[in-house]
Ligand binder design. Structure first.
Ligand SMILES: Cc1cc2nc3c(=O)[nH]c(=O)nc-3n(C[C@H](O)[C@H](O)[C@H](O)COP(=O)(O)OP(=O)(O)OC[C@H]3O[C@@H](n4cnc5c(N)ncnc54)[C@H](O)[C@@H]3O)c2cc1C
Ligand code: SF4
Length: 624
């Protein structure tokens, strides 16, 4: 007899984990299967995790799912208290304070790193699930679903097949469950963004001084203008506790029109003088070892320098962190905090004087990552279920992407609670039929204020932008936008204009609103005419893509999880440029793939036979 569970959840991102926790909160049994060796190693985000309080209707927030423990104990980074939008042109920057937009209908927004946060979610959801006879199994890749009567048989690459009465598909933007079930076609470039991000190291108190924030505060900086290299989208920089998340999110179709290597877009951001000054730090550069020295002596010096630089980095992190300083003194490792500083200085002196190590201004990149992001306005599934399978989060194409507003995490958590509630009701009635469970879930999703945000313009949100741009002379933003601006600035006319726009619908409006004009030309104009000049004090040393890949951790799989279908197609030729880790190259007239460096972003999925790697295999993100 096959093993049997009430519910199988496929995918352990923030959405799948929330579904597991909610089902356990409701006393239901569920098992979650995650491909990564550990939960959190396959997930990336910008990312700000929001908790929202909409004007009408309710959403299910992270603290509703995980309880007060979340605010007390979860490894979130910083509560974002400043939210700035910068228009850039060369060395000029024009800044608008959009903190009101960030705070709009929000209880809070924390910067987060998903490796840590999803691991915390997994601990809490997993423990609750075990009490109901379920749990989390990581390192398992689901490869097929089939139906025997009203039960679903789940097959994986690693385990014996088992049965489930209901399935929640939380397997992300490149959902294989969607493909297996034929519930929706693969997303098209018009429906997607490509997000590329680097995590930069910066000690805690330096972040606070540089961004003008307190120990419990954080800053978000958004960028448009020439940093976009004429593409539709923009850059972001969020402060974490002792790192920064710096990234670029671009319309995939804009990149298809004029292919650009994804890393060049992040590099353009890092080279911007304002960003360069934000990320800079003191970096130790090893001196070349004298090749005339005996081999053993060269080895000894190399080892001593590496060890000292490691100690210097660790002590520096401690010195710039009040909690870490206190901990070392309390543990009796140092008598006073000043002693830590004295030790740090002595290590630095030894490195400089004995080993000729140089200390220069540069920036320190820790991790490079990329993923596709679905634009809910364009691709949210109209019918987010198939038989007894409910789709949530990125797998369902859901997310709120409006101007600088990027919300996938909170939307996925809200979906997950609604899916879990629908499944729990089905378990109580022992009715998993699409009319009873799927339709009910559809109805719950339709009631979500996030669904409204994916369909309609919110005039109060628009007003915040207009207020922030109040002092901008209208002639700067061009006649067309000046007229719209004047129309929208009047309270009564704004209501009418937004009402009219909503009748037209997002489909017709989006090409106008999300255009090169709004992301590139107008910001450049603003920066040129009203921006302040910023001079970078150094030039960041940008790693090559090969260096970025070399820093990533992988569990290599000999077998490729991607199969090229037509090596001569125009789409595949563009992948040579658009793959963020340069896995594709041209040989003669054919596109060839070397899958080893793949970071599973999904950019090439549309015209390939694309699977996630087998359980535990592939990229292992340390930050996410
Ligand atoms: C650069 C960038 C910036 C972003 N910024 C923000 C932001 O600031 N705020 C915000 O709210 N959102 C942001 N987002 C979006 C947000 O990160 C996503 O919406 C969210 O992480 C999606 O969560 P998910 O659980 O739906 O999917 P995922 O996190 O993709 O999880 C899917 C999981 O399923 C697993 N899986 C897939 N297939 C299988 C299978 N067959 N078997 C087993 N396991 C499988 C995967 O390993 C993965 O762990 C950003 C995204 C990017 C890329
Ligand atoms: S091979 Fe495809 S999925 Fe892998 S990193 Fe490149 S574009 Fe992304």
């Amino acid at each position: 007899m096959m093993e049997s569970y009430d519910v199988a959840i496929i995918g352990g991102g923030s959405a799948g984990l929330a579904a597991l926790k909610q089902l356990s909160n409701l006393g239901k049994q569920a098992i979650l299967l995650e491909a990564g060796k550990q939960v959190g190693t396959k997930n990336i985000s910008g990312g700000i995790l929001y908790s929202k309080k909409p004007k009408t209707g309710r959403v299910y927030n992270v603290e509703d799912v995980y309880g007060p423990e979340f605010l007390k104990d979860a490894p979130v980074e910083r509560k974002i208290t400043q939210y700035m939008l910068h228009s850039t042109s060369r060395n000029k920057v024009f800044t608008m304070n959009l903190t009101a937009a960030h705070e709009y209908q929000a209880n809070f927004g924390y910067s987060v790193l998903l490796n840590r946060l999803n691991a915390w979610f997994a601990r809490h959801a997993g423990e609750s699930a075990e009490r109901q006879g379920g749990g989390i199994v990581s390192g398992v890749h689901v490869r097929s679903l089939s139906w025997q009567g009203d039960k679903t048989v789940v097959e994986t690459d690693e385990l014996e097949p088992f049965e489930a009465k209901a399935v929640i598909a939380a397997d992300g933007v490149n959902s294989e469950v969607a493909e297996i079930t034929g519930s929706r076609p693969k997303f098209t470039p018009e429906q997607l963004y490509q997000g590329v991000k680097v995590v930069v190291k910066l000690p805690e108190e330096i972040i606070e001084q540089r961004f003008g924030i307190g120990p419990d505060e954080g800053a978000a900086h958004l960028f448009a203008g020439d940093v976009t290299l004429n593409h539709i989208g923009g850059g972001f920089l969020y402060t974490n506790r002792d790192t920064l998340s710096v990234g670029a999110v671009y319309h995939y179709d804009s990149l298809m029109d004029r292919p650009a290597e994804p890393y060049t877009l992040v590099n353009a951001l890092l080279k911007n003088p304002m960003v360069a000054e934000f990320v800079k730090d003191e970096v130790a550069i090893k001196e070349e070892i004298d090749k005339n020295l005996p081999k053993e002596e060269q080895l000894r010096v190399r080892f001593a320098v590496s060890k000292l630089i490691k100690t210097w980095n660790e002590l520096r992190d401690v010195w710039y962190s009040p909690a870490a300083r206190k901990k070392l003194v309390e543990a009796g490792k140092y008598k006073t905090e000043e002693e830590i500083k004295a030790r740090l200085d002595s290590v630095q002196n030894e490195l400089a004087n004995k080993y000729h190590t140089k200390f220069v201004t540069d920036y320190v990149e820790l991790e490079y990552s990329a993923k596709l992001v679905p634009d809910g306005k364009r691709c949210a599934m109209k019918k987010p279920y198939f038989k007894n399978v409910l789709f949530v989060g990125d797998a369902a194409g859901r997310g709120v992407f409006i101007g600088p507003r990027i919300e996938g995490l909170n939307v996925g958590i809200d979906d997950a609670v609604r899916a879990a509630n629908a499944v729990a009701r089905a378990i109580d009635r022992n009715n998993f039929g699409p009319q009873y469970m799927g339709e009910y879930y559809s109805q719950l999703i339709e009631e979500s204020p996030y669904t409204r945000d994916m369909k309609e313009i919110d005039k109060d949100y628009v007003k915040i932008f207009l207020d922030a741009a109040r002092d901008v002379p209208k002639d700067i933003i061009g006649q067309r936008y000046g007229m719209v601006f004047r129309l929208m600035s009047s309270g009564t006319l704004r209501g009418l204009a937004v009402g009219f726009a909503n009748i037209l619908g997002y489909d017709k409006l989006l090409p106008l609103v999300e255009s090169e004009d709004t992301y590139v030309q107008v910001p450049v104009e603003l920066a040129e005419k009203m921006g302040r000049p910023i001079q970078a004090t150094y030039e960041p040393t940008l790693p090559t893509v090969a260096q970025r890949v070399a820093r990533l951790k992988y569990d290599d799989d000999r077998i490729s999880h991607i199969k090229v279908l037509d090596s001569k197609s125009q789409f595949m030729k563009k992948m040579v440029t658009l793959c963020p880790t340069s896995c594709y190259s041209m040989e003669g007239g054919d596109v060839t793939l070397q899958h080893e460096a793949c970071i599973e972003c999904g950019t090439c999925a549309k015209e390939t036979e694309w699977r996630h790697p087998r359980g535990e295999k592939g990229v292992i993100y340390q930050y996410g």
